[in-house]
Write a protein that binds this ligand. Structure first.
Ligand SMILES: Nc1nc2c(c(=O)[nH]1)N[C@H]1C(S)=C(S)[C@@H](COP(=O)(O)OP(=O)(O)OC[C@H]3O[C@@H](n4cnc5c(=O)[nH]c(N)nc54)[C@H](O)[C@@H]3O)O[C@H]1N2
Ligand SMILES: Nc1nc2c(c(=O)[nH]1)N[C@H]1C(S)=C(S)[C@@H](COP(=O)(O)OP(=O)(O)OC[C@H]3O[C@@H](n4cnc5c(=O)[nH]c(N)nc54)[C@H](O)[C@@H]3O)O[C@H]1N2
Ligand SMILES: [Mo]
Length: 811
C-alpha cells in the first residue's frame, strides 16, 4: 500500500477492482465502512462476479476476466476527453511534459523493438530525449507532439466506450457512470482510493493492470494524498514482510537486487544503480544504494566483507535468468534438473498452476523436505486418493521428509501488514509434539552444513564459513536478536556526514535509522528499510499507543511502519508547488516557510524547499511516470492483451496470443486450449470461510464450507442442462475436476466482440488432506504461464468446458 488501512477512512470514493475485500480482507474492509460513515464515501466494484463487496457497493459493473487494461485505458481517455484532470499535479509531479525519443511508437498492439523470436523487447527507444546538459527535454506547455502527455493521449484514443464494451463486456452505460463518478475525484479536494489484489495480479499482464490504475490516480492527483493511493491488499499475514526481506529469488532485503551474470564485479553492479538526478537540484534517493548494500554485506559477513574485496561481492550468487520463480523452479524440476526441494510453509501441489505438471515435477526429485505445522497435499503428493490424486505410487521414488514446525500463534515476531506496519506479536500457546520453530530448524541445518564444510572443505566454503552467526544460543536465534540485526548497528563510531565531529551513534549501538548507514564498512544492517524498527529506543514494533491526535487515522505511535515510521508514501505530493495541502481540510504535511511539518513523517528532507525538490525521490527525475521508461518488460504504457486462453481474438492483432513477453515455456504453450474446444472463461478465487488449504483441517471451517463447488449462471446451467446442486465435470486442456454446481444470479453472461461469454467461477480451498470433504480446486485446470514482469501465474483467466457429470469418476 502507498497509504495504510486506517487512512482509507479519509477517502471520498473507493474502487475495488481486481479484489474482493469484503470476503478476502473482512477486517480491513471496515475502513471502507468508516469512510462511508465519516465522509459519505461511495464504493464502486468492478468484478466478473457480484461479490459480497459488490453487495454493499453503490455501483457495480461486471467485467470479463483479463480485460481490465482496456477498462482502465478507457477511463484515462474519458478523463482527458472530459477535462477531468488535476492539471497542476499532472504538470508539476508527473513526467507528462517530458519528450520521448522519436523512434518510440506502437502498432498492432506491439511497441517498437519487439523481437518475435526472442519473445522480448529491445527497450532502447522507450526513453526520454536527453539534452546536451544531460537533463531531459521538456515542454511544460504540453504542446509538443513527442511529450508524454500527447503520446498518452494518442495511445488511449482507441479505448472509446464502444471499444471498452467490445473488449470487456461491461455495458457502456455502466462504464460511463463509473467514469463520471471517478472524474469527480480530479478535484484537489476529492480523492479516490484503489483497493486491489489478485484480480489484477494473477494475469500474464498483471503488473500492467496495476500501472493502469496508478496512471489514472496520478492524472486525478491522488497519489501521496490522504484517502488516495494504490493500495495492494496483501495476502498472507506477513506476505508484505516476505517481499521486504527479499524472499524472492532476485531480491536482497530492502528491495536491493541479487546481481546478474552480467555484473561480475561491484563496480559494474553499481553502475546501473545509484542513479544521478535527472533534474537540477533533485534528490535521487537510490544514490544511497551503496550505503544500504555495504551495510547488508557487513551484516551478512562482518570482517570478511572489506572494501578491498568489494565487500565480499563474490560471495553473492549471480543470476543467469531474470528470476528463479516458482514456475521456473517447477519447470526445472520437471526437466529432472533439481534433486532436492525444500518446501517451507507452502503447499504448491494445490497452490501452483497445472497440478499434473507439478505432480510429475515432484516425482522427479530425489528428496522433498516439507516444513509445516500441518499435513499438506504436497507432502503426500505420492499417495493415491482415487480420482482426487490419481498417481502411481509405486513408480515414485522421491524421498519425503516432514519437519513439523510451529505456526504463527505459537511464535513471536513481527508480521508486516499491507500498510507496511511491522506489528510485533507474542506467542499465544506452546507448540505440540515434536514441532520446532522454523528458526531452530534453519539453524540446525546451517550449523551442520558449516560443520561439513569445515571438515571436508568444498568448492566454495567461504560464504558459509564466514557467515555472521553471533546469536547467544547458536542453535536458536531469538526473534529479538533477528529483529535487532535487521535494524542494524554501528560497527565503529558513526559521525554526521556534514559535521565530521558530531557523533551520531557510538560503536556497538543500534543505528537510529537508515540515515546513519554508511558505505565505508562502519555500519551493518540486514534490511535498510527496517532501520528504525528496533533501535536504542527499544522495539518500536511492539508499541501499542493508539492515540491519533489529528483524527486522521495516522496512529504514529502504534507499532512502526517502514520507511522511518512514515504512514503515507509520496506524502510530499499531498501539497502543491508552494507546499500547501491540496485539500486544507485534510492536511498531512505542509511547508511552514522553513520546514515541512504535519501529521506524518515527510518523505523529502524536512528542509527541502517546495518547488526545488520534486516529490518522487525514488525516481531519478523526481516526478512520477505516466510513461514508464524502460522499467516494464512489456511496454511503457499498458496496452490491452488477451489472456493466453481467451474466448475472443485480440482486437488489435489477431496473430498475437497473450502477453507477447509473458513467462511461458515451450512445453506449456502446447498445453493451451482454444475456445472451440473450451468455450467458457474460468476464474478462481477464495472464500471467507477458508484460508487456502489449511483451514480444511479445522472442523468448524470444514463444516461452514464443506464441499468443492463451481459457480455458473442460470443461463449457462439452462444451456448445458445442469441442475442447481447437481454434479458437473469441468475440464481444461490440462486436467479435469468434478464438483457440485452452484447456479447463481451473481454471475451473468456477457457479450464481448459480438459473442456471448459465460464465466465459470472456481473457489480454491479443497484437496485430499484434512477434515473437509475431498475435492480439487482450480489448479488441476489452470495454465502454466506467468506475468511478464513478476511471474505470477495466470490463475484468473483461462478456458474450460463443463457438462453434467454422468457416470462420474467419484461419488
Ligand atoms: N478468507 C480468506 N481471506 C484471504 C485468503 C483466504 O484464502 N481466505 N487469502 C489471502 C491471500 S494469500 C490473498 S493473496 C488475498 C487475495 O485477495 P483477493 O484478490 O481479493 O481474492 P480473490 O478471491 O482471489 O480474488 C478477488 C476477486 O477477483 C475477481 N476477479 C477475477 N478475475 C478478475 C479480473 O480479470 N478482473 C477483475 N477486476 N476482477 C477479477 C474474482 O471474481 C474475485 O472476486 O486474500 C487473502 N485473504
Ligand atoms: N488458481 C488459483 N491458485 C492460487 C490462487 C488463486 O487465487 N487461484 N492464489 C495463490 C495465492 S495468492 C497464494 S498466497 C497461494 C497460497 O498457497 P499456500 O501458501 O501454499 O497456501 P497455505 O494453505 O496458506 O499454505 C501455507 C502453509 O504454511 C503453513 N504454515 C503456517 N504457519 C507456518 C509457520 O510458522 N511455519 C511453517 N513452516 N509453515 C507454516 C500452513 O500450515 C500451510 O500448510 O495460492 C495461490 N494459488
Ligand atoms: Mo496470496
Amino acid at each position: 500500500m502507498t497509504n495504510s488501512w486506517t487512512d482509507i477512512k479519509n477517502t471520498d470514493l473507493v474502487i475495488v477492482m481486481g479484489g474482493n475485500a469484503a470476503e478476502a480482507h473482512p477486517c480491513g474492509f471496515k475502513w471502507v465502512t468508516e469512510a462511508k460513515h465519516h465522509r459519505g464515501a461511495k464504493l464502486i466494484v468492478v468484478d466478473p462476479r457480484f461479490t459480497r463487496t459488490a453487495s454493499v457497493s453503490d455501483y457495480y459493473a461486471p467485467i470479463r476476466p483479463g480485460t481490465d487494461i482496456a477498462f482502465l485505458m478507457g477511463l484515462i481517455r474519458y478523463m482527458i476527453e472530459n477535462d477531468r484532470v488535476q492539471w497542476e499535479y499532472v504538470k508539476a509531479f508527473t513526467n507528462a511534459s517530458f519528450l520521448v525519443k522519436e523512434e518510440f511508437g506502437w502498432s498492432d498492439g506491439l511497441f517498437t523493438g519487439y523481437d518475435e523470436e526472442k519473445r522480448d523487447y529491445d527497450k532502447s527507444s522507450w526513453d526520454y530525449q536527453i539534452g546536451p546538459d544531460g537533463y531531459m527535454l521538456t515542454d511544460p506547455t504540453l504542446q509538443h507532439p513527442r511529450c508524454v502527455w500527447n503520446l498518452l493521449k494518442a495511445h488511449v484514443d482507441v479505448y472509446t466506450p464502444e471499444m471498452v464494451e467490445r473488449i470487456t463486456g461491461t455495458p457502456q452505460d455502466r462504464f460511463l457512470k463509473i467514469a463520471e463518478m471517478i472524474g469527480e475525484c480530479s478535484s484537489p479536494t476529492k480523492t479516490m482510493t484503489s483497493m486491489y489484489a489478485l484480480g489484477w495480479t494473477q494475469h500474464s499482464k498483471g503488473a500492467q493492470n496495476i500501472r493502469g490504475m496508478a496512471m489514472l490516480q496520478l492524472i486525478l492527483g491522488n497519489i501521496g494524498v490522504p484517502g488516495g493511493g494504490m493500495n495492494a491488499l496483501r495476502g498472507h499475514s506477513n506476505i508484505q514482510g516476505l517481499t521486504d526481506l527479499g524472499l524472492m529469488s532476485n531480491l536482497i532485503p530492502g528491495y536491493l537486487n541479487i546481481p546478474t551474470e552480467k555484473e561480475p564485479d561491484w563496480a559494474t553492479y553499481m553502475k546501473s544503480r545509484a542513479f544521478k538526478p535527472l533534474l537540477p537540484g533533485q534528490t535521487s534517493y537510490w544514490q544511497n544504494y551503496p550505503k544500504f548494500m555495504v551495510s547488508f554485506m557487513k551484516s551478512m559477513w562482518g570482517e570478511a566483507a572489506q572494501k578491498d574485496n568489494d565487500w565480499a561481492y563474490h560471495y553473492l550468487p549471480k543470476l543467469d535468468v531474470p528470476a528463479y520463480d516458482m514456475l521456473r523452479m517447477f519447470e526445472l524440476m520437471d526437466q529432472g534438473r533439481v534433486n532436492l526441494y525444500f518446501c517451507q510453509g507452502f503447499n504448491p501441489l494445490l497452490a501452483l498452476a497445472n497440478r499434473n505438471k507439478n505432480t510429475s515435477a515432484l516425482s522427479k526429485l530425489k528428496m522433498l523436505v516439507v516444513m509445516d505445522p500441518l499435513e499438506t497435499e504436497t507432502a503426500r503428493f505420492w499417495e493415491n486418493h482415487g480420482a482426487y490424486n490419481d498417481v502411481d505410487t509405486a513408480s515414485i521414488q522421491t524421498e519425503v521428509i516432514q519437519l513439523p514446525t510451529s505456526c504463527f500463534a505459537e511464535d513471536e515476531g513481527a508480521l508486516v501488514n499491507s500498510g507496511r506496519w511491522l506489528q510485533w506479536h507474542w506467542k499465544a500457546s506452546d507448540m505440540p509434539g515434536q514441532a520446532k520453530y522454523d528458526t531452530w530448524i534453519m539453524a540446525q541445518i546451517f550449523l551442520r552444513v558449516r560443520e561439513l564444510y569445515r571438515k571436508e572443505g568444498g568448492a566454495f566454503p567461504d560464504p558459509i564459513l564466514n557467515l555472521t552467526w553471533d546469536y547467544a544460543d547458536e542453535h536458536e536465534p531469538s526473534p529479538d536478536e533477528l529483529a535487532r540485526e535487521m535494524n542494524g548497528r554501528a560497527l565503529a563510531d558513526v559521525y554526521d556526514l556534514a559535521d565530521k565531529t558530531k557523533l551520531l551513534t557510538a560503536a556497538g549501538r543500534q543505528v537510529k535509522s537508515f540515515a546513519e548507514l554508511r558505505d565505508d564498512g562502519t555500519t551493518a544492517s540486514g534490511c535498510w528499510i527496517y532501520s528504525g524498527s528496533y533501535n536504542e529506543d527499544g522495539n518500536n514494533m511492539a508499541r501499542r499507543d493508539n492515540s491519533d491526535p489529528s483524527g486522521m487515522g495516522v496512529y504514529s505511535n502504534w507499532t512502526w511502519s517502514w520507511p522511518l515510521n512514515r504512514r503515507t508514501l509520496y506524502n510530499r505530493a499531498s501539497a502543491d508547488l508552494q507546499g500547501q495541502p491540496w485539500d486544507p481540510s485534510r492536511p498531512i504535511i505542509a511547508w511552514n516557510g522553513e520546514r515541512w511539518e504535519g501529521n506524518d513523517i515527510p518523505d523529502i528532507s524536512p528542509t527541502a524547499k517546495p518547488g526545488e525538490v520534486m516529490p518522487f525521490i525514488m525516481n531519478q527525475e523526481g516526478v512520477s511516470r505516466l510513461f514508464s521508461r524502460g522499467m516494464m518488460r512489456d511496454g511503457p504504457f499498458p496496452t490491452h492483451m488477451e489472456p493466453f486462453e481467451s474466448p475472443v481474438q485480440n482486437v488489435f492483432n489477431d496473430r498475437m496470443r497473450g502477453n507477447p513477453v509473458a513467462r511461458v515455456f515451450a512445453s506449456d504453450v502446447e498445453k493451451m486450449g482454444t475456445s472451440d474446444e473450451f468455450p467458457f472463461v474460468a476464474t478462481s478465487y477464495r472464500l471467507t470461510e477458508h484460508f487456502h488449504y489449511w483451514t480444511k483441517h479445522n472442523k468448524v471451517n470444514a463444516t461452514l464450507q464443506p464441499e468443492f463447488f463451481v459457480e455458473i449462471s442460470e443461463q449457462l446451467a439452462a444451456e448445458k442442462g445442469i441442475e442447481r446442486g447437481g454434479r458437473v465435470r469441468v475440464w481444461s486442456k490440462r486436467g479435469e475436476v468434478w464438483a457440485k454446481a452452484l447456479v447463481t444470479k451473481r454471475i451473468k453472461p456477457m457479450i464481448c466482440d459480438g459473442k456471448t461469454v459465460h464465466v465459470v467461477g472456481i473457489p480454491l480451498h479443497w484437496g485430499f488432506v484434512g477434515a473437509a470433504k475431498k475435492g480439487w480446486g482450480p489448479n488441476s485446470l489452470t495454465p502454466f504461464v506467468g506475468d511478464a514482469n513478476i511471474e505470477t501465474p495466470e490463475f484468473k483467466a483461462f478456458l474450460v468446458n463443463i457438462e453434467p457429470a454422468v457416470g462420474e469418476a467419484v461419488s
